[in-house]
Design a binder for this molecule. Structure first.
Ligand code: 13P
Length: 257
């Protein structure tokens, strides 16, 4: 059975104490339902701020139910890049996944597909899994260019990957108009876009493309998550706002296990 993913992207939220409190709240509750989590092959992942990765890693190190993701990394291996964090640094604190090309970074940091392609390679070279995000904005959707936008983001962000590397890849479809707006994409739109992404991955990687997890992100909550994860070619959710309130995040987990 293919793995399912529920990933909480905390973005630029929470102090250290708040982050630790959330994890400490989650751990015993997850332990209590661990059989259910295992039975559906659910991978639970938290993407906190860089500075909280290490203290959280220490909290979760004897638990296998939560893994860590980073929200970004630099596209060079190392060097004079003040304020940046490399893939190797993340791997050294037991980070397993790195979110690459979130639309907030594409928009505010002007990250391009070329830059993101080199980040994907660095994450893989450091032994972690990149989660490459793609998603159209509202203009692209309204003018019928949503599929073209996704096609270019995927083709541009996934360059020169070996078939071995592809096996570690995840893709997230996050329509920009659905992020943080409460306007979740309809199940029809999610199905249409996830099926389209699957076609691209199959075309590019053959049968290995069938196994690449495709996550949906954009206004998921405890009420809609079960139906979304039931959709064809939906292998998980990337959760922003609804992951910040830890009891709500736990409710989401309970609703899918
Ligand atoms: P929201 O769940 O707040 O819409 O954010 C989604 C997201 O950006 C996850 O990466």
């Amino acid at each position: 059975m293919m793995h399912k993913y529920l990933i909480g992207n905390w973005k630029m939220n929470k102090t250290l104490q708040e982050a630790m409190d959330c994890i400490q709240y989650l751990l015993p509750q997850l332990e209590a339902i661990k059989d259910a989590i295992h039975s559906i092959n659910l991978n639970l992942v938290i993407a906190p701020s860089f500075v909280h990765l290490w203290p959280i890693k220490e909290l979760i190190q004897h638990h296998t139910l939560i893994q860590l993701a980073a929200q970004n990394c630099h596209h060079e291996i190392q060097g004079a890049f003040t304020g940046e964090v490399s893939a190797a640094m993340l791997a050294s604190v037991d980070v397993k996944y790195v979110i690459i090309g979130h639309s907030e970074r594409r928009i505010y940091q002007k990250e391009t597909n070329d830059l993101l392609a080199s980040k994907v390679k660095k994450v893989l070279a450091a032994g972690m899994s990149p989660i490459l995000c793609c998603g159209e904005n509202i203009e692209q959707r309204n003018t019928g260019e949503h599929k073209t936008a996704i096609y270019h983001q995927l083709k541009g962000g996934l360059v020169d990957l070996t078939l071995q590397e592809v096996q570690k890849l995840l893709v997230a479809y996050e329509p920009v108009w659905a992020i943080g707006t409460g306007q979740v994409a309809s199940l029809e739109v999610i199905t249409e876009m996830h099926d389209f992404i699957r076609e691209i991955l199959l075309e590019q990687y053959g049968m290995i493309g069938e196994k690449i997890p495709i996550l949906y992100g954009g206004s998921c909550n405890a009420k809609n998550i079960a139906a979304i994860l039931n959709g064809s070619n939906v292998n998980g959710g990337l959760i922003g706002g609804a992951s910040l309130q830890v009891n709500h995040f736990m409710e989401m987990i309970n609703n899918i296990t």
